[in-house]
Structure formats: C-alpha cells, structure tokens
Design a protein around this ligand. Structure first.
Ligand code: ARG
Length: 275
C-alpha cells in the first residue's frame, strides 16, 4: 500500500499543559512514584508537540491545567467525540475523577452536544473512530479501565457501531497504547495486546493493518497521532516510524520522555475534536 498518496486532513485537537504533572500515585505499570519528574522538561516537550501539530496546520485548543490533577496532561482520556456529539468520560480511579468535569465544561461552553456517561470509560484512551471504515466505526477497548457496558452506551449516544476489543496485557491498559487509526480507514496495532478472539476480529475488519510488535508497543509507538499523512510518534519509536513510512505515511518524531513516566505518550496527551 506504499504507492498510495496519503492525504492529510485538517484536525482540531485539545491539549492540557503538564503544569501540575507529577507521578505521585501508580495506576498503571509504567508509573514509578520513587523517581522524581522533571516538570520543566515535561512542559518543554509538551510545547514542542503542540507546536508540531500547529505547524502541520491543525488547530489546537488548550484546556487549563487544574492543580491537584497530575494526570490531566493526558487529555485524550477526558471525552470522546464523533460528528459533533461528545460522550463524556468517567474515570476508574478517583484520583482522576475531577478531570471529567473540566472536559465537560470545555465542551458545553463551546456548544457541543454533550452526553454524560453512566458507565466507567476513559474517553479516547479506550475509544478510536474510523470515519471511513464501514460507514463510520468505533473501536473500543476494555479489560483494564473502560467498562464494556460503556461500549453499548457509546453506541447509543453516538449512533455508530462499536466493536468491543478485549485488552489482556496490563502494560497496554488503554486501547490507544495498542492500536491507532492511521487515517480514516486504516489502523495499526499490536496483536498480542488483545485476546485471541479480538485478534481475529481485528484481522477480519482490517486485513491490511500495519502490524506492530512488542518492542514497538513498549516504545509507545502505537500511541500516535495521525492526520492521515503525518504520523506523530515519540522519538524512541524508531522501528514503528519505519513501519508507517513503509506504508506510505510520514513519521514525525517528538521527544516525550517525561510524559512516558506517567504511562503515556503522544496520543494520550492529544484529544481529537470531531465536529
Ligand atoms: N497516568 C495516566 C493513567 O494511568 C496515563 C493515562 C494515559 N492516557 C492514555 N490515553 N493512554 O490514567
């Protein structure tokens, strides 16, 4: 598929600066509370990512960071929007609970149609959208954070088919650590992060997917943001960069070493707003 012309589409994103970023609790296997975080470096790296998205022609909204919410920089977890409708988040861990309120306020002030959730779900951490696949398809992860009941709820709120995928490896606790949309219809994923049955579902839906290996996933190479042509991924994920290049995309590497300490990278800190 490398001879295909990969066209970018202008996107609107939401990011939240790591002003109050720390690792003071551990809710995923990557977080180590005994190592100090370099807050100034985290902020610098975040700014480079924001500028990179801006330089590529995308609009980036910024949500004010709230003191006492050290994980709020992972803005992808705050909600999930499809065609102007927002399905709000409900965090599993109480430490992050109040982040959902800040995101809800952002969307309601901007005039979005916002639907508050009954079930635990961590926004774009566990939901991905492919507008060009099967008329508009939602992929949804469960097993660590999002309650599978939220998948059915999202389908009712958004009116799009939702395919439930079972995550089985605690290192890849959110869908966006194991799978990413490369454009409107193509995905890349690390098969072993999913149950055998979910691997079969993915192979059936996406026979032409770019497959990643464990080293790619551990380098957070799947935690990428793509505009359909430019694939932004962290500097460590060099092999993954070459895989997306071979598939016709243009890798753009950014260093997010500090933010990986909280268990996230590029995608975790960027929410896409789909009008
Ligand atoms: N420390 C955060 C947590 O464990 C990291 C969230 C990463 N976000 C993501 N979209 N995968 O909740």
């Amino acid at each position: 598929m490398n001879h295909i012309e990969r066209r970018p589409r202008n996107r609107t994103y939401l990011m939240c600066p790591p002003q109050h970023f720390t690792v003071e609790y551990a809710i995923n296997p990557w977080m180590d509370t005994t190592l100090p975080v370099d807050a100034a470096l985290a902020l610098k790296q975040w700014q480079v990512l924001r500028d990179t998205l801006g330089d590529l022609g995308h609009l980036v909204h910024v949500l004010d960071a709230v003191p006492g919410l050290p994980d709020m920089v992972y803005a992808a977890n705050g909600a999930f929007s499809v065609d102007g409708t927002v399905y709000g988040a409900r965090f599993l861990y109480p430490q992050r609970g109040a982040e959902a309120d800040a995101h809800r306020e952002f969307y309601t002030l901007q005039g979005w149609k916002f639907s508050g959730p009954q079930h635990v779900n961590e926004g774009e951490g566990d939901f991905a959208y492919l507008p060009g696949a099967y008329g508009g398809l939602v992929l949804a992860g469960y097993g660590f954070r999002t309650d599978p009941a939220a998948h059915a709820e999202a389908q009712e709120v958004l009116g799009r088919p939702v395919v439930s995928l079972h995550l089985v490896d605690p290192a890849f606790y959110h869908l966006d650590t194991a799978l990413a949309a490369l454009d409107d219809r193509h995905v890349t994923y690390y098969p072993e992060a999913f149950s055998a049955a979910s691997q079969r579902v993915l192979a059936q839906l996406f026979p032409d997917a770019v497959l990643a290996d464990r080293a790619d996933a551990e380098a957070f190479g799947l935690n990428l943001v793509s505009d359909g042509r430019h694939v932004i991924l962290n500097t460590e994920a060099t092999a993954m960069g070459e895989k997306v290049r071979a598939a016709g995309y243009q890798p753009v590497h950014v260093d997010l070493s500090e933010l990986k300490r909280g268990g996230g990278s590029v995608k975790c800190v960027v929410a896409e707003l789909r009008q």
